[in-house]
Design a protein. Structure first.
Length: 227
């Protein structure tokens, strides 16, 4: 699927915690086209008219599924670009999106007892699959999620809408239960499954190295680490 530019409007903006925002966008010209697990580039340049060199932008995972009219992204304010987003994005603001990019769930992998591991906002690319009809093709997927606290789980509505009712979900809150334990996850699932990992780069790197050291094939470890 070729990447396409979309002039888009902010239709809602939620700020559940300091420095964390969820933005819903709608296309002003053509419907969005993408697959679960893909990401977009967002540009803020008000002078850009859709032609010429693509302006400065930032990548974000899409947490909506492709059947939805809107695209939702969640971002943390971590650098100059996201700080500019915090200061300038309002309801009815216009931005440019370029999408889709990535092939996270289109890569070859087992759909039996597939393991999904996500820390914090790393769950967003998984949500685009979990709420899509294609997720019914997975057999007893195992989902492990870690959040700083129960209050930081701002995705419960989407988690309640998971299409696959055979899903086995484990949620861990750091303030009461500690962090996700890759050793325990591996002992529960073993060598035969595909592992998807998304979250902070340090977590992705540590978990991937652990699984490789245990003998899990590199091809069975799929990560959302395009940043």
């Amino acid at each position: 699927m070729m990447a396409r530019k979309y002039l888009s409007e902010v239709v809602s903006l939620e700020n559940p915690f300091e420095g964390i925002f969820t933005v819903a966008l709608r296309p002003l010209e053509h419907p969005y086209k993408f697959s679960p697990g893909q990401f977009l580039h967002l540009a803020l340049d008000k002078e850009y008219d859709g032609s010429g060199q693509w302006p400065e932008s930032r990548c974000f995972s899409m947490q909506s599924n492709p059947k939805e009219d809107l695209i939702r992204i969640t971002y943390s304010v971590k650098g100059p670009f996201t700080k500019k987003m915090e200061n300038h994005l309002k309801v009815h603001s216009e931005v440019w999106l370029k999408l889709p990019y990535g092939d996270l769930f289109e890569q070859n992998h087992s759909k039996k007892n597939t393991v999904f591991i996500a820390g914090g906002t790393g769950v967003t690319p998984f949500l685009s699959l979990f709420t899509d009809e294609s997720f019914r093709n997975y057999e007893q997927p195992k989902i492990y999620l870690g959040f700083r606290s129960m209050a930081f789980n701002i995705y419960q509505k989407e988690l309640d809408s998971i299409c696959n009712k055979t899903s086995i979900i484990s949620v861990k809150y750091q303030d009461t239960e500690g962090i996700l334990d890759i050793d325990a996850i591996f002992r529960e699932n073993g060598m035969e499954n595909s592992y998807f990992i998304s979250g902070p780069p340090i977590m992705i790197g540590a978990f991937k190295q652990y699984l490789l050291a245990k003998g899990v094939p590199k091809s069975a470890i799929l990560t959302d680490d395009w940043e």
